[in-house]
Ligand binder design. Sequence first.
Ligand SMILES: *Cc1c(COP(=O)(O)O)cnc(C)c1O
Length: 228
Amino acid sequence: MHQPICENLNKIKHEIGRQETLAGRQAGSVTLLAVSKTKPASVIAEAHACGQQAFGENYAQELAEKSQELSQLPIQWHFIGPLQSNKTRLVAEHAHWVHSIERLKIARRLSEQRPEELPPLQVCIQVNVDEEASKAGVTLDEVRPLAQEISQLPRLQLRGLMCIPTNTGDQAHLHQSFGKLRQALEELTADGFEVDTLSMGMSHDFPVAIAEGATMVRVGTAIFGARG
Ligand SMILES: *Cc1c(COP(=O)(O)O)cnc(C)c1O
């Protein structure tokens, strides 16, 4: 089915603005990341033509291919998926941001492999806020030590935290989960880390995430339709 991408983007931007106001937050304080995994480059170009600049990808090879195919467009590429050691170079060379850092070993490789001519890679630590066995991410206790290590790496810049809470319609539970990530960021700030990013909220829960302080929401399905 054809997806009216511009229309979807406008609806979501409107909803983001509404939630910013409801939460008493400044207009424009939430960035929309369009999650384009599995969607062809032509669809990304279409969204870019509607004014969308930041795109999220989950697979290193796919990110590398699309960023090369669309290299003429000023797109900001965010890697948001699980990352294996043998794929770090692709991400270090093609991404502007990585949201899914959960191991020092991966962070070190990204720093070592980040090309000289590019600015430092902007990174977030992924936190498993609901401590689900099936989910990636560090525990809340592990955030500070990993942040400490990452802040020593010359070619990475630690920007904040990311989470994917339990997929539930239970609004109270979602508030609680997103609230944990916000609190963890506040603790980092109190400890002197210069962090400003809370990457949280997807198609089904971004309004709650904004209420809890999200600065970046990662939305795929609500923009591009269901993935095949
Ligand atoms: C796929 C994905 C999203 C987008 O999810 P939708 O439900 O399609 O909005 C956001 N974040 C991560 C980490 C994802 O893998």
